[in-house]
Design a protein around this ligand. Sequence first.
Ligand code: GLV
Length: 342
Amino acid sequence: MKRIFVTRRIPSEGLGLLKEADVRTEVGQSDEEAGLSREALLEGVQRADVLLSLLTERVDREVLETHPGLLGVANCAVGYDNVDVEAATRLGIPVSNTPGVLTDTTADFTWALLLSIARRIPEAHSYTAAGKFRLWGPNLLLGGDVSPGGNGRKKALGVVGFGRIGAAVARRARGFDMEVLVHTRSDPGRLPDEATRVELDELLERSDFVSIHLPLTEETQHRIGAPELRRMKETAYLVNTSRGPVVDEKALVEALREGWIAGAALDVYEHEPRLTPDLAELDNVVLAPHIGSASRDTRNRMATMAAANALHHLSGKKAPNPVNPEVYDSEAWRNRRSRASG
Ligand code: GLV
């Protein structure tokens, strides 16, 4: 019987789909608090026809070369920077992801972070829960406006990266009567009426909120570093729900400490899950543990998409969401598939 190696326990609907199929499913790590060790990953792949991975596993060349019969990698995430797709393509291994289903959930969470940092919601909660709210005061926990607010000036949201999630974040700005500035190197398609495409420097200089929506690649690593943070307004906030290494976290800590910017709300970290020293001690940050897509329905849907991709990989059929579709035309893939069936 064919085997799918699922690195860590995915939401139940995904596992259910695999159970219904005529395959053996092995879950490498069921303890939510523990990660899968490198040895366990390599061992699991050795026995597997298909790997279903999470963003916590580095699926590099060594992993991909572990088993010459490996028929595919189904990554249960929209981002796939944890997989060496170039090596997979060279080896004839299809790789798939879970695009689309988490767009709105992640865009909602981006806004939740944006509002939280501007209006100091975590601080307000801690203050109230600690019993410190004894007297209402006109200066209590003053924050920044998102809508035009007291001074009547429309605030500018800068969206860096304009894929599905960036576009969904931009659409939501209409409800806050904001101006939207978009920076993207690829074709953004049709922009919302209130949005303008600008260069990154202009976006940084004009935005009251800068929200990052870039995939992590060699080119986007540290796209936001000290020079970019220095360009931002002292009253502006940075929000990152994409990938941590897009922001130079050491520079960010300095920017927050020295008041180059007003605050930052982060869901992702440069050395995830470790935080850069001093980041957590700052009072102008809101920090979340990479939960942008973490609604029950969305995570279940991601798991079923990844399971469906995995089953397609297993049967040698084109997966619904391949990130390297060109692999299906390659000699390497044809050889791999015939080795597996022969
Ligand atoms: C989450 O970060 C994802 O890429 O799905």
